[in-house]
Design a protein around this ligand. Structure first.
Ligand SMILES: [Zn+2]
Length: 315
């Protein structure tokens, strides 16, 4: 493992500690679970789970049963090519070589932008197929009307037309705009959801119960504004794990999730950059360093690592 600076050292040490804890990971069967569900969620197979736990009948598991998650996904003794958990002493290139991949393909498939930095315990996807997704495409940004502006002037400034602005803002009278009014404008792109926040590539880090971290944690002082990264429809949820959480159904087709907030902001349809809450420690993050756990699910599918987008947007 290569660690570029002393500031990363404590983070890396945490990852190692978590890995040691997770090495003998067990999973407690929940109501509704099937062995194959549990296998899928933990990067293994039902066969491997049954063998590891000496289950004579894989169809018979019971709620509360403790299952040991095998370290590597195996099927009939052959290493599976679905995921790999980083071990001490490994580098991205040695892992890539092991699975007949290029270092670049492995990095891309996992949202790793610096191939010299990987953390022990991180689960890497070996699918080798980076998803074709551009966050913020078709997203609308926002513009606050200032003194002397007309809709025509604003349209020109954003390289668009009055008609587009009228439609985007469901306006009935294009001559009627007021100072301070927030208008949706084209070209919002992907905006940093926690401006000024700090983060690193902690996607894929081990979590309790054999789970893995499917997002990036954006750390900032409690009360720091959280903004919609793209335009779309915002809904709020409150849960014991995510605490105060936003679900943003983006105009780019992706679902964005942010949890552990301390307050909610605007909901319904919002432009990119609209304040939708504040950073906190709600849910199962109570008492931890305030942050927003941020996930991106393109086309409502599985989570992908948003690190490359965040690295660009959160400068
Ligand atoms: Zn998180």
């Amino acid at each position: 493992m290569l660690v570029p600076s002393s500031t990363r050292r404590s983070v890396a040490a945490t990852a190692i500690a978590l890995f040691v804890f997770a090495a003998g990971a067990t999973y407690t069967v929940q109501p509704g679970d099937t062995l194959s569900d549990i296998a899928n969620e933990n990067g293994t197979t039902a066969t491997a789970l049954a063998r590891e736990n000496k289950l004579s009948n894989p169809n018979r598991i019971y709620v509360g049963q403790q299952l040991v998650i095998p370290g590597a996904a195996t099927s009939a003794g052959v290493a599976s090519s679905s995921a790999h958990t980083v071990k001490s002493g490994e580098s991205l290139s040695t892992i890539a070589a092991k699975y007949g991949m290029t270092t670049e393909a492995l990095a891309q498939a996992n949202g790793i932008t610096n191939t010299n930095v990987i953390y022990v315990g991180t689960r890497l996807s070996l699918s080798g197929e980076p998803i074709d997704f551009t966050p913020g495409s078709g997203s609308a940004g926002s513009h606050t009307v200032t003194t002397g502006e007309t809709l025509g002037k604003i349209a020109a400034a954003y390289g668009t037309t009055i008609d587009t602005l009228v439609e985007l803002n469901s306006m009935t009278n294009p001559d009627l705009i007021r100072v301070g009014q927030i208008l949706a404008v084209p070209g919002g792109g992907f905006i940093c959801p926690v401006p000024g926040g700090s983060f690193f590539n902690d996607y894929g880090f081990p979590r309790s119960g054999g789970r893995f971290h499917e997002g990036i944690d954006l750390f900032a002082a409690s009360g720091t504004e959280v903004v919609a990264p793209v335009s779309g429809r915002v809904e709020f949820k409150i849960g014991s794990i995510g605490g105060m959480q936003f679900n943003l159904y983006g105009d780019d087709g992706a679902t964005y999730i942010g949890s552990h907030m301390d307050s909610f902001g605007a909901s319904g349809y919002v432009a990119a950059g609209t304040a939708i809450g504040t950073v906190g420690d709600s849910g199962n993050a109570v008492g931890s360093r305030p942050h927003v756990h941020f996930e991106v699910h393109p086309e409502d599918g599985p989570a992908v690592n948003p690190y490359p987008y965040l690295e660009k947007a959160c400068k």
